[in-house]
Write a protein that binds this ligand. Structure first.
Ligand code: NAD
Length: 305
């Protein structure tokens, strides 16, 4: 039987409705500031979607777009000014930043109480100790997909491929908090398929298109694909997609020059997994929804309901 598709859209919509309802009940309007530097096209799309959604849900949104030659000191000043403003509850500095900027110093300058990306060491530490904290949006979205799809986490073996600070590590921490038995795999892991095949829940956050193949997936596993990659090679696309899906993927390559592919081979995942998050249409949609949830949470924690 083919895997059940875990669609992100209804879950993201439900979370956004919950956030909008919560915002309506507040005696103030939560505010999110998004800082973008330079002209990275993907960042422009992500920021556009974050700004639009913030407004749609009844919150105040501020988009600060700076030239790529901004200095470290100028960017630090922007963050400090946002820290000091009472109308701003969440601050997000869109990554990647230009090479001359020390992004660690910028992220650490954000007030942890306004750190809606959850990347500040204070929030990372609090998460690892199981304390209330602002949690990175993408892994938090994965937990929402699992829970709202009634996929049991407690007591089950979750294997995370990837150990980045943005996805892999916080993902593992959140799964641990949900009482999964967690294994983290990475580029130095030996015999990866032997480990990943043991997973009841397999999370792929690698950054390599179609990397996770059928041989990595245990029968009936829930497979969550965090990856977002562009594929422009038509022969490679033919290895990734079923006969049914291939024509529209090839048409996308013709039209835009690429098609979006996760870190999992979707054709093989559909054959082996019990359930599977599609790309696009899976985890990616949850990231913005969780950012909205974090913004309201940050506002309520700081200002009271
Ligand atoms: P990253 O490059 O920082 O980390 C990749 C991880 O994969 C590393 O920890 C590395 O050890 C591991 N890895 C690399 N090669 C491997 C191999 N051969 N075997 C096992 N592990 C290997 O990437 P990231 O920022 O964590 O992002 C991962 C993916 O998630 C990317 O495709 C990215 O585009 C996507 N992403 C999606 C969202 C979203 O909103 N859906 C958000 C963030 C990242």
């Amino acid at each position: 039987m083919p895997a059940q598709l875990l669609q992100g859209k209804p879950i993201a919509e439900a979370i956004k409705s919950e956030v909008a309802a919560e915002v309506m009940g507040l005696h103030f309007r939560p505010g999110l500031a998004v800082v973008r530097v330079g002209e990275d096209p993907a960042s422009a799309v992500y920021v556009g979607s974050k700004v639009r959604t913030t407004e749609e849900l009844g919150m105040y949104s501020e988009h600060i777009h700076m030239q790529p030659d901004i200095t470290q000191a100028e960017l630090l000043n922007i963050v400090r000014e946002l820290n000091a403003r009472n109308d701003i509850d969440g601050i997000l500095v869109q990554l990647p930043l230009p090479g001359h900027i020390n992004d660690r110093e910028i992220l650490e300058a954000i007030d942890p109480a306004k750190d809606v990306d959850g990347f500040h060491p204070m929030n990372v530490g609090r998460l690892s100790q199981g304390l209330e904290s602002l949690v990175p949006c993408t892994p938090a979205g994965v937990i929402e997909i699992l829970k709202r799809s009634n996929i049991e986490i407690a007591g089950r073996h979750a294997v995370v491929i990837g150990r980045s600070n943005i996805v892999g590590k916080p993902m593992a921490m959140l799964l641990l908090q949900e009482n999964a038995t967690v294994t983290i795999c990475h580029s130095r892991t030996r015999d990866l398929p032997a480990i990943t095949r043991q997973a009841d829940i397999l999370i792929a956050a690698i950054g390599r298109a179609g990397f996770v193949r059928g041989e990595h997936i245990g029968e009936n596993a829930a497979v969550v694909d965090v990856g977002i990659n562009n594929v422009s090679d038509k022969d490679f696309a033919a290895e990734l997609f079923s006969e049914e899906d291939l024509p529209k993927r090839l048409a996308a390559i013709e039209k835009r020059g690429f098609t979006l592919v996760g870190d999992v081979n979707p054709k093989e995942a559909m054959e082996r997994a019990g359930s599977f998050t599609p790309v696009p249409g899976g985890v990616g949609l949850l990231t913005v929804a969780m950012l909205m949830k974090n913004t309201v949470a940050a506002a309520v924690m700081r200002r009271g309901a």
